[in-house]
Design a protein around this ligand. Sequence first.
Ligand SMILES: Cc1ncc(C[n+]2csc(CCOP(=O)(O)OP(=O)(O)O)c2C)c(N)n1
Ligand SMILES: CC(=O)[C@@H](O)[C@H](O)COP(=O)(O)O
Ligand SMILES: [Mg+2]
Length: 625
Amino acid sequence: MSLLAQINDPKDLKRLPDSSLAELAQEIRTLIIDTCASNGGHLAPSLGVVELTLALHRVFDSPQDKLVWDVGHQAYAHKIICGRRDRFSTLRTLDGISGFPKRCESVHDVWEVGHSSTSLSAATGFAVSRDLSRRKTKVVAVIGDGSMTGGIAFEALNHAGHLNRDMVVVLNDNEMSIAENVGALSGFLSRTSSSEFIHRIKRETEEFIRGIGSDVGKSALKVARKVEESFKGLFTPAMLFQAFGFEYVGPIDGHDLPLLMETLERVKSFDNAVLVHVLTTKGKGYQPAEQNPALFHGVGPFERETGKVLKGKGGASSYTAIFGSVVSRLAEDDERVVAITAAMPDGTGLTPFSKQFPDRFFDVGIAEQHGVTFAAGLAAEGKRPVFAVYSSFLQRAYDEVLHDVCLQNLPVIFALDRGGVVGSDGPTHHGVFDLSYLRHIPNMTLMAPKDENELQHMLKTALCHDGPVAVRYPRGNGYGVPLDQELRCLPMGKAELLRSGVNGVIVALGTMVVPALEAAELLAAEGIDLTVVNARFVKPLDEELLLELAGRYPKIVTIEENVLQGGFGTAVMELYADRGLHDRAVLRLGYPDAYIVQGEQHELRAMHGLDPAGIAAKAARFFRG
Ligand SMILES: Cc1ncc(C[n+]2csc(CCOP(=O)(O)OP(=O)(O)O)c2C)c(N)n1
Ligand SMILES: CC(=O)[C@@H](O)[C@H](O)COP(=O)(O)O
Ligand SMILES: [Mg+2]
């Protein structure tokens, strides 16, 4: 029997002799690699923390002690140890286990996550709550070096260090975000205190003391300068975290299990806020992932033996790639164009831009709030910033969009990728709220293309417009439609009539336009002849056309890949209500007031009746009823 077969709970892990742990780590790695090879997943982050996970579960007593994972994309070993070994093959599939910690899956998953940099705030909350309840348990947050660049992590450090409660922060430093980590913090973390510097300081201080009594002023000045220089080099991660009020331990090798366990045992006896700096290798134990940790950060299915990523069947370019090539073309013609990403250069398609225009490309780290306001500053001074960002991550910067961009009516372009359901990442990552959280902001223009060719023109349109614009498009491939070479500005706030029918109308937005057309064909075969409109704009709405349609048809269907609350359909209903058209029946199709589960995009759309058959079925009932 394998060692792993004996582990159903962290308690089982504690029963194993130390000498078996390396073998167990190997078995866990094998299971993670095999599963990711077939399902895809966050392979490299999870492989990097296998030893750390074992050490944490050996030393601490989950679930009484709370383990809070940042992002949660590295928690596969934790899941396997904590009762999900046998279900691990269902990772990230519909009805399968989540790729992130999930409270409903296990008592050991104490904190749900998917977006980064929240662990320290959550752990502070756990620690204070424990103290208020006078319990004697431990709280441990595990945060990566990339996630540490997020502003909220520093807000928490500032507060937690001041409170100085009993809590442990494990800084998992693999010198990588998804891509190369950026900024001063990452360079700074790799510094260690050098005894050479300490000796120099000592020597210079002694010289200074000897100098007193002779030419004191001159000597003091000279030495002060030297000491200042020395201190710059001597400034280490320890000092940074100590300045925040944390005790600092490390850096230690995060793959040395005995050292990890010994260090954590020691730290467990502290009753103050302590940070343990652990150095790990992203992708550890799987050569292709170690060599290309960015590719294997979050990877689709791949060939186990070679690490060759298996491509889907579609030959069409992704929306992301089309965006990437258009933004470069726009930048060639307009030197005001600059591009920004918050730690997602590959995911947003900006890597080619970063190579072609290195001076006009900015990776701000995991700092969406800063990214938006940075863009606003650029726009205020005449640049045309394009912030390429996942829909769900922009949620974090709502106030910056409202207060810094839109209030000043600044021409920032939001290239809003991953709009709609994204698939296996699940509820934390679905971009199904953006229409609602952007539509009501004054000055905002909001559009969604029906296909990748229209995306091209919408990006051009955004650049033509002198105000904030969000262009929202989905994860995945386009339809393979021909791409116009010449980019043109679409008429602002104008929808597109795609099909004329006599029995009613469907007004669809973005990814729902093609399915709506297909549904109309299905319905035509049943004798229901519908008009189909590509809305293009959520804001400004094509009021003229919508009012005209309301004059022609008493029943109108709207379809969007957004929650219904506050979305596109609601905008249409508001228009009719505001214009006194109270007798128009509007059927809104979209996502319900609920978090959407994980699964393939097509599965999720079908589950919610947003595939052609589902649309046709609902529309048929509505128009016949
Ligand atoms: C708010 C937010 N922005 C961006 C992301 C995308 N993202 C997920 S993991 C990650 C890198 C995290 O780096 P690090 O914390 O060092 O963990 P590692 O993957 O290196 O283990 C990024 C940018 C996210 N999950 N949340
Ligand atoms: C954990 C995280 O936030 C990212 O790794 C995300 O899973 C990437 O998603 P895409 O695969 O859509 O780029
Ligand atoms: Mg990292």
